[in-house]
Design a protein around this ligand. Structure first.
Ligand code: E4P
Length: 223
């Protein structure tokens, strides 16, 4: 199962990528705007910090299919490496996904709220769909159930499209989409860091060290 960092904070991305096995970085317009920097140099910095072989997701801004396609080609040409273009599941977005798929440009259908949004995106040729788990929950929906339904539809239809669950408020939601069979998740640095926030780990490690050094002094295993 893939793990992506949902952020454009280069320092955080670098840190998480150093410590954990990360498959790439997802961004959206809000995430990029938060950094307050020119976007192309920022995206290049993100690529340098993770390596161009890892996937970097960049969202199109245009409304009309032809303009989305132009933006996608521009982003592909401006950035080397493994780029996936994020496109919202509007009717124009679906048309753009279809056109880009024929050109061999990989896309992720974003702002997915229902299984049928995802179905249309997969039919159009999207490589990924991103159901917005927490935003669905905030609309009194059931984000986990939406992910389960999409996973089931894709498996039954043999679609060549991965479910990359997105929009999380806590680690429990991430756990539940993993169990639901999503092929990947994208989460903010805070959520990824929270995977390891178990006080008992630190307590256990401190006890091990105290007991070891109590008998062997400051000697490590190498001494
Ligand atoms: C990722 O593709 C989405 O843009 C992102 O996960 C949305 O998350 P949010 O609901 O926490 O803003």
């Amino acid at each position: 199962m893939k793990l992506f960092i949902d952020s454009a904070d280069v320092n955080k991305i670098q840190l998480l990528n150093d410590y954990y096995s990360i498959d790439g970085v997802t961004t959206n317009p809000s995430i990029i705007v938060k950094e307050g920097k020119p976007y192309l140099p920022l995206l290049k910095d993100i690529q340098s910090s993770i390596g161009t072989e890892k996937e970097l997701f960049v969202q199109a801004i245009a409304d009309m299919a032809e303009n989305i396609v132009e933006e996608a080609k521009y982003i592909q040409d401006s950035l080397q490496g493994n780029i996936v273009i994020k496109i919202p599941v509007t009717s124009e977005g679906l048309k753009a996904i279809k056109l880009l798929s024929r050109m061999g440009i990989r896309t992720l259908a974003t702002t997915v709220y229902t299984p049928m949004n995802a179905y249309l995106a997969a039919k159009a040729g999207a490589s990924y769909v991103a159901p917005y788990v927490n935003r669905i929950d905030n609309l009194s929906g059931n984000g986990i159930q939406v992910v389960k339904d999409i996973v089931e539809i894709f498996a039954k239809s043999n679609f060549n499209c991965e479910v990359l669950a997105a929009s999380f408020k806590n680690t429990q939601q991430v756990l539940e989409v993993c169990l639901a069979g999503a092929q990947g998740v994208t989460a903010s640095p805070d959520i990824i860091e929270a995977f390891l926030k178990v006080p008992s780990i630190k307590e256990n490690v401190e006890t091990f060290s105290k007991e070891w050094y109590g008998l062997y002094g400051s000697n490590s295993l190498l001494d």
